[in-house]
Design a protein. Structure first.
Length: 105
């Protein structure tokens, strides 16, 4: 159990140091690699004006669920749980179809 808690603590510090405190802000590590990453966030364009935003909380939820079934180390499960919880606290956490950020028009 203590490894799970350590994972939670690591995710807390990761959130403070790397992730933005407000939705829409740029994370500290923010590469743009078209057509997958825009300023560190996963955006997949589906049209000229719309893109699918894959939120980090969704990725960590999936990794955490898979990790439970495949017996990942508890520190990883704790880290995933922490970033899942942090991610769903954003007001836009359930907005998946958004304005295409790659289109600057």
């Amino acid at each position: 159990m203590y490894l799970f808690v350590i994972g939670l603590l690591i995710s807390y510090f990761f959130s403070i140091l790397i992730l933005p405190s407000n939705e829409g802000d740029e994370p500290l590590i923010s590469p743009t690699i078209y057509p997958l990453f825009y300023e560190g966030m996963i955006f997949i364009p589906i049209s000229k004006t719309k893109a699918i935003h894959i939120h980090h909380w969704l990725i960590y939820l999936l990794i955490g669920i898979i990790g439970v079934f495949l017996d990942f180390p508890k520190i990883i499960i704790g880290f995933c749980a922490g970033l899942f919880i942090q991610g769903i606290t954003y007001d836009d956490s359930f907005n998946f179809v958004e304005k295409n950020p790659y289109n600057k028009e």
